[in-house]
Ligand binder design. Sequence first.
Ligand SMILES: [Zn+2]
Length: 189
Amino acid sequence: MTDLTRTKLESLSLQKLDPLDLIAPNFRVYELTRSELASRAGVDNRFPGDKELQAAVNLARKVLQPLRAAFGPFTPNSVYRSQELERALKHKPKSWLSTSQHTQGCACDVEIVGKSTLELAQWAADNLPEFDQIICECFDPSEGPNSGWVHISLKLPQQGINRKQLLSYVRDAKSGKWIYVQGLRAAAQ
Ligand SMILES: [Zn+2]
């Protein structure tokens, strides 16, 4: 186990990495590719290259670590997701290609026990100095304060401009379908 918390992103390489290496004060490398579904379904979810690794470490340092400092220990639901894992998760055929930022290593899904999903999304919007998108996903207060999760993405400079977009993925009352809407809000609103 090596302390890499001060190692520059561009110096990080998969070849020299141990899963237990520390990449932010409270996060280790393996947490960036860990997935319950991948383990259960036997899906390969290792980083394909250094680019995805560096994007995920950047996210750990600038998004996950500030959340840890504010709310205490937690494990992200998922950070990097391989194309194979995306297909398994979303029940898609082999020919389908995901455009999710998770496949580039620059997005995470988080939940904090005891903190309402909508409040967590709002906290992130108010306190993270930089982010591309914060999406309050599938939050429905009628199913409890912890329903859904918060998706937060952060691009590396070479991946483009961080747009600071706030969105919610809610169930449309009329059609019953899940839709994206502007701003952070609950399904019922
Ligand atoms: Zn997500």
